[in-house]
Design a protein. Structure first.
Length: 263
């Protein structure tokens, strides 16, 4: 996928231009719980850089509607705790509960006073919690996350979204292999990496899906003719989702500024 290629390209760019000062390793991939690029400086410091090909999603949290009280509740499923920005968003949505309660998969935009500041503060807090210090975006622009509001147009909406995907799992791999071999997928080779399953095929399989024992699986492109088989979640959550788009004429940190930050 395009965003995966961008993450790889950014990692290569950073290693090509700044390997004298640090190493850069791609870590994110399809796992949204992992930060994208791990940085280890020559002095032993470690932190992360997030790669964002704009326009891009930039974090989310789950809200559960309580129709009896006409209020939204912050879900215990969220990986991070509630913060001042999410409290303000929830308060606004509670004031307009009827507008948001059935947003569905089409979604409902969140438009509130000072929304750019509120949304950017939520993203910054969310990234700091994941030890992310910088964002690298279109044209390899690098910026500290504290300057997010200066660089991006930020929007947010409330909508229903599938909760994500996971590895096939060791117990399921043999069943999945049997299924794809018994169907017309033209699989030349399979490879297991712990609980992950990879296949090679000369046929374009990206985003093709199949059902097996009550679960939906998807082929996700990794390299030329190589795909990872992902198990899709059966859970659909109502999320507040943040998105960013790069403002024009932004240059980012100079190479010298970024080198100083690595030292």
């Amino acid at each position: 996928m395009q965003w995966q290629r961008f993450e790889t390209d950014c990692t290569n760019y950073l290693n090509q231009h700044f390997r004298e000062y640090a190493s850069f390793v791609s870590k994110g991939g399809s796992d949204s719980t992992m930060s994208d690029i791990k940085v280890t400086t020559k002095t032993g410091n470690t932190f992360f850089i997030e790669a964002k090909l704009c326009p891009a999603q930039c974090g989310q949290f789950v809200l559960l509607p309580d129709f009896e009280s006409s209020r939204f509740n912050y879900s215990e499923k969220n990986a991070t705790g509630i913060n001042p920005s999410s409290k303000m968003i929830i308060e606004y949505m509670n004031q307009h509960f009827e507008e948001f309660k059935e947003a569905g998969t089409a979604g409902k935009k969140i438009l509130m006073d000072d929304d750019q500041d509120i949304f950017s503060k939520w993203i910054i807090d969310y990234y700091k919690d994941k030890d992310i210090k910088y964002i690298i975006t279109n044209h390899y622009i690098i910026l500290p996350i504290e300057e997010l509001n200066d660089y991006f147009y930020i929007t947010s909406e409330y909508r229903i979204k599938r909760s994500g995907s996971s590895n096939v799992g060791k117990r399921n791999i043999s069943n999945v292999i049997d299924h794809i071999h018994s169907n017309d997928y033209i699989i030349e080779n399979t490879r297991q990496d712990n609980s992950k399953l990879f296949v090679e095929s000369s046929r374009p399989l990206h985003n093709e899906r199949f059902l097996l024992r009550g679960y939906e699986y998807m082929f996700s492109s990794r390299d030329s003719q190589q795909y990872e088989v992902r198990k899709l979640s059966n859970t659909f959550n109502a999320n507040v989702i943040f998105s960013i788009n790069l403002k024009p004429n932004k240059k980012g940190m100079s190479p010298h500024e970024f080198i100083r930050a690595l030292k």
